[in-house]
Design a protein around this ligand. Structure first.
Ligand SMILES: Nc1ncnc2c1ncn2[C@@H]1O[C@H](COP(=O)(O)OP(=O)(O)OP(=O)(O)O)[C@@H](O)[C@H]1O
Ligand SMILES: [Mg+2]
Length: 285
């Protein structure tokens, strides 16, 4: 849909074309959002407080020529958000062996870089992103650039072994490009205590993988030097926020907390601290 023919996001209604495919397929469940389904060539997701802010961001990305994000088509008769379905494969909850490909890793970094370039200049206006955390309750991020903030293997669409799309913009919002790229790298290296390795990932080398991401995304020297300390701080922040959400929002957040995500974040912080020298070495060699 070109921007000329797009009603404003709050007024956009999705009306299926006559005879359009309507077979329903449940999508693999994530941690928080329930009820994501595919209907024909579309994805239906429950409407959420951030939906219109996300929709405006997706419009911006479309106009910027970014091909790697779904289009917001409007809301259906049940009030659900309707997005285009991006064909390809996403990783399951325990990322499969094919997800370890280093070419895929580099392509993820390049895709995130393209997202950041395309996002530049976007300033939310009619639909600001609702604050994710109440002011004062937890530390806030600097807000320079609207980014995805949840580039996990489950949220990347892969075709022919390369990353071609990003889905699940639920956590998108103002942050910094460094934070978003660090976050993506920490999911894809992954940067975590070996005790928390996904089954089948025990032999992967996170230092080598981090370097591949760094080169493909294009972190400069200052960013590489800042990374370990930044990661340690990000882990502390993430612990604080998860704890807050588990306590205040409950639901999937509380479930993750009960399953020990807080301890895992603490182990990640400690691992980053213990491996600061190796990380700096891998990034600078
Ligand atoms: N637009 C899309 N195109 C193709 N596949 C999609 C799309 N949206 C979602 N999917 C698939 O459905 C899965 C679940 O959807 P999504 O990531 O949006 O929700 P979720 O992970 O359940 O939410 P949350 O991470 O907020 O708990 C994705 O991992 C992906 O496999
Ligand atoms: Mg997801």
């Amino acid at each position: 849909m070109s921007s000329l023919h797009r009603p404003p996001v709050e007024a956009r209604v999705y009306v299926p074309a006559p005879g359009e495919a309507s077979d329903v397929e449940p999508m693999p469940a994530g941690d928080v959002t329930e009820g994501v389904v595919r209907v024909g060539g579309t994805i239906r997701r429950p409407h959420q407080p951030q939906s219109l802010a996300v929709a405006a961001y997706l419009d911006w990305l479309e106009d910027a020529g970014f091909e790697g994000s779904p289009r917001f088509l409007g809301r259906d008769a049940e009030g659900r958000d309707v997005l285009t379905f991006l064909a390809g494969q996403c990783a399951g909850p325990v990322p499969e062996a094919w997800v370890q490909s280093e070419e895929l890793l580099a392509s993820v970094a390049r895709l995130v870089r393209r997202l950041h370039t395309a996002s530049s200049g976007f300033v939310p206006s009619a639909h600001p992103f609702p604050p994710r955390f109440p002011a004062g309750a937890v530390s806030q991020d600097p807000a320079e650039l609207v980014c995805h903030l949840d580039v996990t293997p489950q949220n990347v669409v892969v075709r022919d072994g390369l990353a071609v799309g990003l889905v699940d913009f639920d956590l998108a919002g103002p942050t910094t490009a460094f934070k978003d790229s660090f976050n993506a790298a920490s999911h894809w290296a992954p940067l975590r205590d070996p005790a928390d390795a996904w089954a089948g990932w025990e032999a992967t080398n996170p230092f080598r993988r981090l370097r591949i991401f760094a080169d493909a995304y294009g972190w400069n020297d200052a960013e590489r030097r800042a990374l370990p300390a930044f990661g340690i701080e990000a882990a502390a922040l993430s612990y604080e926020r998860m704890e807050h959400n588990a306590r205040v929002l409950g639901g999937g957040w509380a479930r993750m907390w009960d399953e020990g995500v807080g301890d895992m974040i603490r182990r990640r912080g400690a691992w980053l601290e213990a491996n600061t020298g190796r990380l700096l070495d891998a990034l600078s060699r």
